[in-house]
Design a protein around this ligand. Sequence first.
Ligand code: MRU
Length: 345
Amino acid sequence: MKNIELRGSKLAFIDQNMLPHELIYVETDDYKVVAENIKSLSIRGAPAIGVAGAYAVAIAVLNSAQTDLQLFKKEFYDICDYIEVVRPTAVNLSWAVEKIRAQVDRAGVASVQELKDVVLEEAHRIYQGSIDESRQIGLYGSELVQEGSRILTNCNDGMLCAVEYGTAAAAWYVAKEQGKNVEVIACETRPLMQGARLTAWECLQNKIPVTVCTDSMAGYVTANKMADMVMLGADRIATNGDTANKIGTYMLARLAHAHNLPFYVVAPTSTIDLSIDHGDDIAIEQRSPSEVTCCGGKKMAPEGVNVLNPAFDITPGTLIDAIITEKGIVRAPFEPGKIAEHCNG
Ligand code: MRU
């Protein structure tokens, strides 16, 4: 099963807001619909929004009726500008759109058709790259997963955050293929419940024993030695290892540190932002207060109350034991240059 794929000139993707109740694919040839679905988290997870962003540009140019090359180029650049800012924290979205833009610039296209071909080819490369990377990440990540490992995680870092396999979940999927018995403890991930809705669903689909707990139970889980490690994904990693990931991740890192549990971040190198040296430079997406005040369609807080809703937090690199990418395992400490060398090597 693939989370996202191009069908002719339409993009098909699983509507993650319908899970776990219904497994529905949405098909569209309208890049603005893709953008709206990224914004509303029907398509979510760092690698997935990169792939969807790339294909959004592709369907926009494929379906354009423009015949004048200069006007078509302008349309293309405007579409790129529109899509790359739909979500700010995960670098994969702007990374993917920039890859397409750079490829068009490099190709020096001489016709409308050529521009369409270049964009489509690059979008396919990004898609295939995500599939290949996930598999490779899974192979490296599985080295850290032992027979019987109980893995505490946050949000969703499985197939639904990418095209196939995922990032951190790829490690336990591959470990399972290798014959290891693993268990997952999924923090529910308030306010949008990616852990309870998506990680739990994926684990059940893949016959991996999974236990859901509320985010506030993570202290109980770690203090009572109910997990052997914390393993999760990332939305943007600075060159010093500081990592933006779903809200609650920093709390898990502190708990792992306090209870001597290894804390692993698993992500493709496209999630590492070599232009950022420190987590303070990562923009944190602030989402609607209604996501916090409502739960299951029911109001949970009094009208007029002030609300916080940062979608991500920053875990300092000093709390991370290793970062696992498609290129291998980078172990702490993350002295200057180490992560960049890993990416460029
Ligand atoms: O807001 P979301 O659901 O898009 O947030 C996603 C996450 O924080 C994931 O943990 C992250 O993208 C992991 S996948 C490398």
